[in-house]
Write a protein that binds this ligand. Structure first.
Ligand code: SF4
Length: 164
């Protein structure tokens, strides 16, 4: 039986990014699909943002960043935090064994840049990744890019109890 694992939807080739493109990664999308039943999630489009859309970024305090539109400065922090918490709770009921996130995203990344003006002042999880890890700290979470390192991949699969 396959193990159920969450994944950022754009990694499976769905064009849901702010620029209307995807971030297809053949490692999870094809190679790991033999053992894993992916449960795809796109927090930004599920929240109701259109595609394409204005890029958003984490800003100000790396310990509790705000989420704002890069050009407009529109603040989505409160509404997006509430949505992400609800969604992470719902997903917890699906029996997921872990999560694979898209790196560098203000919603899905695990170590995403936090901006203040032109400067990067630190790194923080995106708002959905933060909510997921807060509610499910016992489950393994990794960025897809990191899985291309065989040691990281082996460790992640071991935590999922998958034997290759
Ligand atoms: S990184 Fe996350 S929020 Fe951004 S497009 Fe991919 S799934 Fe959606």
């Amino acid at each position: 039986m396959k193990v159920r694992v969450g994944i950022s939807l754009c990694l499976l080739g769905h064009p849901v990014r702010y620029d209307g493109r995807d971030k297809f990664d053949p490692l999870p999308a094809r190679e790991l699909a033999e053992w894993i039943e992916w449960v795809p999630v796109c927090p930004e489009t599920e929240f109701g943002l259109p595609t394409p859309r204005e890029p958003i970024q984490l800003e100000d305090d790396p310990d509790r960043p705000e989420l704002r539109g890069v050009r407009s400065g529109t603040c989505l922090s409160c509404a997006m935090r509430a949505f992400c918490r609800r969604r992470a709770l719902e997903l917890g009921n699906l029996g997921l064994a872990g999560f694979v996130f898209k790196a560098k995203s203000p919603s899905c990344g695990l170590h995403t840049a936090v901006h203040r003006g032109e400067a990067i002042v630190g790194y923080a999880p995106g708002l959905f990744a933060a909510a997921w890890m807060e509610l499910h700290p016992e489950l393994p979470a990794v960025e897809a890019e990191a899985l291309h390192d065989p040691a990281v991949l082996g460790e992640f699969l071991a935590k999922l109890k998958i034997e290759q």
